[in-house]
Design a protein around this ligand. Structure first.
Ligand SMILES: CC(C)(COP(=O)(O)OP(=O)(O)OC[C@H]1O[C@@H](n2cnc3c(N)ncnc32)[C@H](O)[C@@H]1OP(=O)(O)O)[C@@H](O)C(=O)NCCC(=O)NCCS
Length: 179
């Protein structure tokens, strides 16, 4: 169990947007994630194709968040648009991602769960690889971020891979509960 105690996943509300904007403005994250304005998040929060989730500690403090798109995808293809934790390297990202993958495959009926990661983001790539995401290709200079062209790599897990290997890795004792 982490020092945050039993963690909980809940859907975001408009009151969470300042937290999300603050995380996306962090100097140490600016080369790893894209950032949206307050207004873009406020609009996205009401888009039925998107879902925002927060992970919170036992005291309710916000520890991280995800944004997914593709909820309305006819291809059952769920895209992890954003994954951010406040304190990296403590295992929170793994728990948050595993929980949301479980929701995607087991509640939303995903066939494919995928994302983009910048090649230099070693920590995120290590996490995805350890969860058996397959690298599917690199989009050279596809994103211009703070004046620098970035080359995102697409990575994905398919539903049979989830059920074959990953589902069994869920540890009910530490897995975040759902609010
Ligand atoms: C990416 C992110 C969500 C991962 O969450 P986290 O809580 O830091 O990740 P965890 O601690 O659960 O796991 C990180 C793994 O990477 C490993 N790792 C950490 N730093 C590393 C590095 N520099 N190189 C390689 N592996 C590294 C850790 O050992 C750990 O693996 P393990 O569980 O097998 O020991 C988080 O670091 C973050 O918010 N980063 C900034 C935003 C971002 O990059 N988001 C993803 C965009 S695609």
């Amino acid at each position: 169990m982490s020092r945050q105690g039993r963690m909980t996943i809940r859907q975001a509300t408009p009151k969470d947007i300042p937290f999300v904007v603050e995380q996306e403005s962090r100097a140490d994250y600016r080369h790893y994630i894209q950032h949206w304005s307050f207004e873009q998040h406020a609009e996205a929060l009401h888009n039925p194709d998107l879902r925002y989730h927060l992970i919170v500690g036992s005291d309710g403090g916000r520890l991280g968040y995800t944004i997914h798109t593709g909820l309305l995808s006819p291809h059952r293809s769920i895209y992890l648009q954003r994954l951010v934790v406040v304190e990296p390297g403590q295992g929170v990202g793994r728990l948050l991602l595993m929980r949301l993958m479980e929701i995607a495959f087991e509640q939303w009926g995903a066939h494919r769960y995928w994302l983009h990661v910048f090649s230099e983001n070693a920590r995120a790539r290590a996490l995805y690889r350890s969860l058996e995401f397959q690298e599917e290709g690199q989009h050279r200079d596809a994103i211009l971020l703070y004046g620098v062209f970035k080359s995102p790599i697409s990575m994905a897990v398919l539903e049979d891979e989830w059920w074959a290997n990953l589902h069994a890795q869920i540890d009910p004792k530490t897995f975040p509960s759902i609010a």
